[in-house]
Write a protein that binds this ligand. Structure first.
Ligand SMILES: [Zn+2]
Length: 151
């Protein structure tokens, strides 16, 4: 499976999240052998759960499938820069590589705000690749929020 198609899966999950009335963010976790082990979009409103971010959901699902709280060698693709909570979970899970789309100056915790991986307390620092299909991810967010403002 190609590099682009992994982010395509995350974008598909983001679009599905928007249709459920959730902030359109999607994520997918890839095992070291290249297989998709989990994919999800935000479910915070549906589940009335502020921790139900796409990244948390795929980490939970993958850890549960693996029977381990750590995911060494795994790659996480997410359409938006992870927030501080998700970045901390990514570090705790020892995810090897993080690919994200749009950057998030307001709530991001990787390049902005808490900058979790740059913090001396971070237990693990994944390789970080930003700006993957960023225009598409950003477009989804913009149209979601402008539609909500119009209501
Ligand atoms: Zn988050």
């Amino acid at each position: 499976m190609s590099f682009t198609s992994h982010m395509d899966i995350a974008l598909t999950e983001a679009r599905a999240a928007a249709q459920r009335g959730e902030v359109p963010v999607g994520a997918v976790l890839i095992a070291p052998d290249g297989k998709v082990v989990a994919q999800a979009g935000n479910r915070t409103r549906e589940w009335a759960d502020p921790t139900a971010h796409a990244e948390i959901l795929v980490i939970r699902a993958a850890c549960s499938a693996l029977g381990s709280e750590r995911l060494p060698g795994y790659a996480l693709y997410v359409t938006l820069e992870p927030c501080a909570m998700c970045a901390a979970a990514i570090a705790a899970a020892r995810v090897a590589r993080l690919y994200f789309g749009a950057s998030d100056p307001k709530s991001g915790g990787v390049l902005h705000g808490a900058r979790v991986f740059s913090h001396s307390q971070s237990h693990h620092i994944p390789e970080v690749y930003d700006g993957i299909a960023a225009d598409e991810a950003e477009g989804l967010l913009k149209s979601f929020f402008s539609a909500r403002r119009a209501q």
